[in-house]
Design a protein around this ligand. Structure first.
Ligand SMILES: C[S@@+](CC[C@H](N)C(=O)[O-])C[C@H]1O[C@@H](n2cnc3c(N)ncnc32)[C@H](O)[C@@H]1O
Length: 253
């Protein structure tokens, strides 16, 4: 199983020189999704490492789904070692805006050093724009900064930050109203597993599924954690942002 839990990742001592060297190396990154996954999962430059904290098969299936109708605006909660950020940039529209939030030393992964920023921003390709926000997703200032970047409507919300029950619920309640009608809300770690890894996400996901239709991308229900839950937003299930899919102008603030 090609997956790593945050606690097993090292590399916090990376300096700016490592980040700049890594940025040069990433210019050669493959664009094919399978190869891109392996590239970002195995990447090391000096003390700097990148990693998705995902199961390869699940993430590739999720990305393939997204690639059918690529998002033009994305909010990612939980940047960590840049793995999912890089992959989301690979499948997003060439002019996409991506906001990714992580809190320094946050639980369930530990955030990332400020020196990683030049590398993460360089994941933007063509006319994409990546904004890194290093703060608590639950803070009103963070929501304000997100709104300043994406306006009132996004196509994809990926929730993979504070895994406590209250934390994931708060992230859902705070950011899901920004998702447009037809947009997607994705949760990572919906499968029951070690509490220190999945927190209250499986419980929150089960409750949500009782209220609305969803889809589960799970390699094996006995794998202990991981798994991606997807909800397609529509006006009948949840209050939506002001736009609909394909309404590009409304996605930029
Ligand atoms: C599981 S990791 C994210 C993994 C990443 N999505 C990937 O697979 O490449 C979770 C991250 O969420 C961050 N986090 C936890 N609580 C947070 C909060 N309240 N606000 C912002 N980030 C938070 C942690 O610092 C950690 O780096």
């Amino acid at each position: 199983m090609l997956a790593l839990r945050p606690a097993r990742v090292r590399g916090g001592a990376a300096n700016l020189a490592d980040a700049l060297g890594a940025r040069r190396a990433f210019r050669q990154a493959p664009t094919n999704l399978d190869e891109a996954y392996d590239f970002v999962a195995d990447f090391e430059y000096g003390q700097l490492r990148t990693r998705p904290f995902q199961i390869r098969q699940e993430m590739l299936q999720f990305l393939a789904r997204l690639a059918e109708d690529p998002p033009r605006s994305i909010i990612e909660l939980g940047t960590a070692y840049g793995g999912t950020l890089f992959l989301l940039a690979c499948i997003a529209m060439p002019d996409a805006t991506i906001v990714t939030i992580d809190m320094p030393a946050g639980p369930f992964g530990g955030g990332y050093p400020r020196t990683h920023a030049p590398l993460y921003k360089s994941f933007a390709r063509d006319k994409q724009r990546i904004r890194l926000i290093r703060s608590d997703s639950h803070s009103p200032d963070t929501l304000k900064a997100v709104r300043e970047t994406v306006g009132t409507t996004v196509d994809l919300l990926f929730i993979d930050a504070d895994h406590t029950y209250e934390g994931v619920r708060s992230d859902f309640e705070t950011y899901s109203p920004l998702v447009c009608s037809g947009g997607l809300i994705a949760f990572h770690d919906i499968v029951d597993g070690p509490p220190e890894a999945v927190g209250g996400v499986p419980r929150f996901w089960k409750e949500l599924r009782e209220r609305m239709p969803g889809e589960e991308i799970v390699a094996d229900w006995s794998q202990g954690g991981y798994g991606i839950g997807l909800i397609r937003k529509d006006a009948h299930t949840l209050p939506t942002g002001t736009g609909t899919r394909g309404n590009a102008d409304s996605t930029h603030g």
